[in-house]
Write a protein that binds this ligand. Structure first.
Ligand code: GAL
Length: 656
């Protein structure tokens, strides 16, 4: 299924009908509207105007399209801010108010905003909840994006104090749980607790972690209340939200998704790559400048599938250059088609493009659409046309599932802990997790992202790249799983309050593998040590741990001073250092093969993915490349393309 993001309020009404007919002719089925239209829906308090939106929905429906309606709460209008100025959030780095004039200018702890946001959501939901042409709902837009999860406001402070009181009950419990005796930070009353911002130097890590947990809870509360309002007035309609990576929102995406019907993701591979790989040297970055790294988009797709353990949607797909990254290259010809197919391969049931036509005015005028602002067809138009024709003959079924034998354990806490406790600036939880993921993907493996609470019994290999906080329930979960488990450095090293575990790292995981982390060092990435595994040399760098081993533990890799860097006992492995991509690939390949998961060394920049009875092949290279013939023949026959893939091409094999 395909869809589009459309803003009828941006265009004269006489254009709507032709737009709708062209959308339909292009093979689009869904049109998402309304997420920034509050000032047109309510021009002054209580003065509602739905006539234009009624007509827009009618026009779209007359062309055979179905509407996804949004709550317009990402853009509170000026009159509302003037009426309740304390809706505005406060910047945690400067302490100054973040003003009106863009979007997302609201504080999740503002009681006035919660009330007003629910009010407009209710008005819209009442109006369109039963409309047969409005088939689903999107809450807000990219909630907590633009660093809005945290606010340094008085509202936030008071709500945080209450949150602490609910959690710790007695101030002495908080003092001892956090360890506030350090630097004389002890409190006598919850009302004394400040937000951990704007201090002279680093603030207490337990205080910071509590503030992150609190802030995420505030977002989730706001969002859950909105879902309730929609469901009350829009029966039998699905409700989704357009997620972006948690790195940007600082919000626990698993918790955020809990009351939704499914997760949607906004896919901007080039815009996001530009930020994610900002520090990468040109020789690594440039080959993917117009495609994104071959594992980058799918990393987000697999996480989206993992958030709610089911298929997902792409609610926004980049159609050309965007306007918001450091640099905004155009995608290679064919990439809009490739990214869309890749999303389907990884479990998307629908891909919607952002946006229909490039806006001639305002902040995003340099952002491409499927059509240009003069209404001519842009490159993406032709790719969507091709995609639609190919989908008809691909035999891809909505709802068909991805089944992986390999899982990566992920979660919000890992990111929070490693951002709070820096220790070495070249340790980035996201980069570590991405490196592990990419190594697995380069072996042709399908990967699920799971949380520590998920059932692990269906997996043969479970990898935890970064898991500093481990609970006993997870250790029990591992004991029952039967999978081979690989832990990266830092695993189990911290308590739930971000203190050192009493029995040294990896803490509770010592029940699985009897080792102790005696010291931890972090070193510059350009000062790496060497490491030997199976007679081959690799890198040990950035984060390195000194281990003490019980006799039963086997040494798998050592560094140049004969220190164990990778150790194993039975089905448990521990990697005590950050390493290089080559090591991760070689090591994961050897373990996968030991546990009966077959791997395949694909040509560089080629990737494969299986979704039920279809195997998808992607060529991210600017050169033609061959998918191994024997494998193709074993699997089935091509329903799209062939074993020779042109640059940026896609092929699909249907299994026998
Ligand atoms: C998304 C956002 C859209 C639009 C788009 C531009 O993150 O949801 O509203 O701003 O980026 O790429």
């Amino acid at each position: 299924m395909l869809g589009i993001c459309y803003y009828p309020e941006h265009w004269p009404e006489h254009m709507w009908q032709q737009d709708a007919q062209e959308m339909k002719a292009l093979g689009l089925r869904y049109v998402r509207i309304g997420e920034f239209a509050w000032s047109r829906l309510e021009s002054t308090p209580g003065n509602y105007h739905f006539d234009w939106l009624d007509r827009a929905i009618d026009t779209l429906a007359a062309a055979g399209l179905q509407v996804i309606m949004c709550t317009p709460t990402a853009t509170p209008p000026k009159w509302l801010i003037d009426k309740y100025p304390s809706i505005l959030p406060v910047d945690i780095n400067t302490g100054s108010v973040r003003g009106f004039g863009s979007r997302r200018h609201y504080d999740f702890s503002s009681p006035d905003y919660l009330r007003e946001a629910l009010k407009i959501s209710e008005v819209v939901a009442k109006r369109y909840g039963h409309n047969p042409n409005v088939v689903g709902w999107q809450t807000d837009n990219e909630i907590a994006c633009h660093d809005t999860c945290h606010s340094g406001s008085e509202h936030a402070k008071r709500a945080f104090q209450q949150w602490c009181k609910n959690k710790y009950k007695d101030i002495d419990n908080l003092n001892s749980a956090w360890g506030t005796v350090f630097w004389s930070m002890e409190y006598q009353d919850f009302s004394q607790i400040e937000l951990p911002i704007l201090a002279v130097t680093e603030t207490h890590p337990a205080h910071q972690l509590a503030y992150r947990r609190f802030s995420s809870d505030q977002v989730i509360h706001f969002h859950d209340e909105m879902i309730k309002v929609i469901r009350r007035h829009a029966p039998n309609r699905w409700v989704t939200h357009n997620f972006i990576p948690m790195a940007d929102t600082q919000t626990d995406n698993h918790a955020l998704a809990k009351n939704l019907d499914f997760v949607s993701y906004d896919n901007y591979p080039l815009g996001r790559s530009d930020l994610f790989f900002a520090e990468a040297p040109a020789e690594k970055f440039k080959p993917y400048m117009r495609t994104g790294h071959p594992d980058y988009a799918s990393y987000a797709f697999d996480q989206s599938r993992g958030i709610s353990k089911q298929n997902f949607w792409i609610m926004e797909q980049q159609p050309g250059p965007v306007n918001w990254a450091h640099h905004n290259p155009r995608p290679e010809k064919g990439m809009v088609r490739l990214w869309s197919w890749q999303a389907f391969a990884h479990g998307a049931d629908c891909v919607c493009f952002f946006r229909w036509r490039q806006a001639p005015f305002a902040q995003e005028q340099m952002h491409a659409g499927i059509k240009r602002n003069d209404n001519s067809k842009a490159q993406a138009w032709y790719e969507v046309e091709q995609l639609n024709a190919e989908m008809a003959r691909s035999n891809l079924k909505i709802g068909s599932a991805v089944k992986a034998k390999v899982a990566i354990v992920t979660g919000t806490l890992n990111q929070w802990v490693t951002e709070i406790e820096i220790q070495g600036t070249s340790y980035s939880q996201l980069e570590v997790e991405f490196a592990y993921y990419s190594a697995l993907r380069q072996l042709g493996l399908a990967v699920d992202f799971v949380s520590t609470e998920d059932d692990l019994s269906q997996y043969s290999l479970v990898v935890a790249p970064c898991l500093p906080i481990v609970e006993q329930a997870f250790v029990d979960n591992c004991k029952n799983s039967g999978a081979h488990l690989i832990f990266g450095p830092r695993a189990g090293a911290k308590t739930n309050e971000l203190s050192l575990v009493p029995n040294l790292g990896p803490g509770l995981l010592q029940q699985l593998i009897p080792i102790k982390v005696l010291t931890t060092e972090t070193i510059r990435p350009d000062c790496s040590e060497s490491m030997t595994f199976n007679g081959k040399q690799y890198e040990s760098s950035r984060w390195r741990e000194e281990l003490e081993l019980s006799e039963s533990v086997q040494v798998i890799a050592i560094d140049s001073s004969n220190q164990p860097m990778v150790v194993q006992k039975g089905n448990i492995s521990y990697i005590a250092s950050l390493t290089c991509d080559e090591f991760l690939q070689d090591y994961f390949e050897s373990i996968a093969n030991q546990v009966g998961v077959s791997t395949i060394r694909l040509p560089k920049d080629m990737r494969m993915m299986q979704r039920e009875n279809l195997t998808f092949i992607f060529n991210y290279s600017s050169q033609s490349q061959f998918f191994p013939d024997e494998t193709a023949t074993q699997l089935g026959s091509f329903v799209l393309g062939s074993a020779e893939l042109a640059p940026f091409d896609v092929a699909i094999i249907e299994h026998h």
